[in-house]
Design a binder for this molecule. Structure first.
Ligand code: AMP
Ligand code: MG
Length: 491
């Protein structure tokens, strides 16, 4: 975009502090231009909060920016280098189909990454084509925005454009590019890359950059790298608890897909659980269930241990001391996670104060839900409104007994039943992006060019705690099917 007026009017206010890191951390390059870009969806409220002009963003010039055909002023596109443990195997990775355009400095002075995903090959593409299909990019848009509305830290989706070119996957798909917004794309894998192939000085530059960007409140601490570790552990403990509380299964918790900021990233094979079952897995490649719903907390702990290892040279001059410091922090993760989870579960059951037996009440409910194959989301909604669901669970004597215990528990707190119900209403979403609903929206969009199904879905998902009549239709679980729902990586 030739500067000046156009950039200013659109509201782009781009900088690229990441480009000031040592050269080994990235490769500067431009997106590969595409044939005929077309805007499919634009996130108006996000655009506005970033200081961007919604009208101007729909102009031909702006759509060309979303497609990678034009570079807005202030941008310095680059592919980030990183590594990661994919399942348990450590490997070199990097942005194979994404480019960081730069950081938008918002009217509030916040700095967020603007990244194009599907923008062409990079030196880190390995065998891949650097591209993305419309279905998976719209899926990321829907689910990331639903996560945001649920109150879960996540990268956001600003726009999806089609490229006018096809991508070859199992079946040919329209090519698409997603504009992703994140407080940063720094990952555990970025630190693994620096620790494995960089010098200690480079690692330190990365750690200091991260501290400045995400944790400025601890930069003056005596051991700021230990504080960095503590802060990342805190954010991840809070994040994973939120996933568990809504039944979100990430599906590919490789260390390259775990952010330092504590935002959810990488929406490839994720999906929400219907029936409560800790063994729930959707990803077609997760044969062993490593990333099953119930394994997410320990896997997060494992990933954070990998992060801690990268920081050892910075934690203490003496290696043994450094290891001891790291281990102490890592062992805190499980405790921190558990306290977030417990607090969240209490809220889901309308409980304000703490009693030792609360955990038993929670565990008893969950094990009944698993035994009787109850829908996770709808069971909590039924409890919120004191409805009896027409399901096996609600018909059992076991449940009736549990219900009495729970009611007695609510009676032992000062807060009224009305307050409990308010708390539950705000803690139990009326709906989640049900897999069959998301699929129906994508089918209409990709195969029929009909975006209205997706728009209605996005609309009801944007206020999950409203419990409005319009949402009821979207709360129905899928028919039990002989074929389990499957998701795919790298689509
Ligand atoms: P993911 O499974 O999405 O976390 O991706 C793992 C790695 O594969 C990352 O380095 C991606 O950039 C890369 N990748 C995924 N899809 C493609 C593609 N179509 N072309 C090039 N690289 C890709
Ligand atoms: Mg990834």
């Amino acid at each position: 975009m030739s500067k000046g007026k156009e950039t200013i009017e659109t509201g782009w206010n781009l900088d690229n502090s990441y480009a000031d890191l040592p050269e080994s951390f990235f490769t500067s390059l431009n997106p590969t231009p595409v044939r005929s870009p077309k805007l499919i969806i634009l996130n108006h409220s996000l655009a506005t909060s970033l200081g961007l002009n919604v009208q101007k963003l729909q102009s031909e010039d702006s759509v060309a920016v979303f497609a990678g055909n034009q570079i807005p002023e202030g941008a310095s596109p680059l592919a980030q280098a990183y590594a990661g443990h994919q399942f348990e195997h450590f490997t070199m990775l990097g942005d194979g189909r994404a480019l960081l355009l730069g950081e938008q400095v918002t009217p509030e002075g916040e700095r967020v990454d603007i990244q194009l995903k599907g923008s062409g090959r990079t030196p880190y593409s390995r065998g891949g084509d650097g591209r993305a299909g419309l279905g998976p990019m719209l899926r990321e848009y829907i689910i990331s925005e639903a996560m945001h509305a649920l109150g879960i830290p996540t990268n956001r989706s600003l726009a999806v454009v089609t490229t006018g070119e096809s991508v070859i996957r199992e079946t040919d798909q329209p090519g698409a590019i997603l504009t992703r917004v994140a407080t940063s794309h720094l990952r555990v894998g970025t630190f693994q890359y620096a620790a494995k192939w960089g010098t200690v000085e480079e690692l330190q530059v990365l750690a200091d950059y991260t501290l400045q960007r995400h944790f400025p409140n601890v930069v003056d601490d005596d051991n700021r790298y230990l504080s960095l570790l503590q802060e990342v552990i805190k954010r991840q403990a809070a994040l994973i608890a939120k996933w568990q509380l809504v039944g979100f299964v990430h599906g590919v918790m490789n260390t390259d897909n775990m952010t330092i900021s504590g935002e959810t990233i990488d929406y490839g094979p994720c999906a929400f659980m219907d029936v409560y079952d800790p063994a729930t897995v959707f990803s077609s490649i997760d044969m062993q269930g490593r990333y099953a719903y119930g394994n997410q907390p320990p896997i997060a702990g494992w990933n954070l241990a990998r992060f801690a290892e990268t920081l050892l040279p910075l934690l203490h001059d003496d290696q043994e001391q450094a290891i001891k410091l790291a281990q102490d922090e890592i062992s805190d993760f499980a405790k921190l996670y558990h306290s977030h989870w417990l607090a969240g579960m209490r809220a889901k059951l309308g409980i304000f104060n703490e009693e030792a037996e609360d955990e038993t009440i929670i565990e008893d409910l969950l094990s009944m839900m698993q035994k009787y194959r109850a829908d996770y989301t709808n069971t909590f909604v039924a409890l919120t409104f004191d409805k009896s669901e027409d399901t096996v669970l609600f018909d059992t004597e076991e449940f009736t007994k549990w219900h009495e215990q729970w009611q007695a528990r609510l009676g032992r707190q000062e807060e009224s039943k009305v307050s409990s119900r308010d708390l539950m209403q705000n803690s139990n979403p009326a709906l989640i992006p049900r897999n069959h609903r998301v699929e129906a929206a994508l089918e209409a969009a990709v195969n029929q060019g009909d975006y209205s199904v997706m728009e209605r879905l996005l609309d009801v998902l944007s206020s999950p705690y409203a419990h409005s009549p319009a949402q009821a239709e979207y709360a129905t679980p899928p028919e039990p099917s002989s074929r389990p729902y499957r998701t795919y990586c790298g689509t």
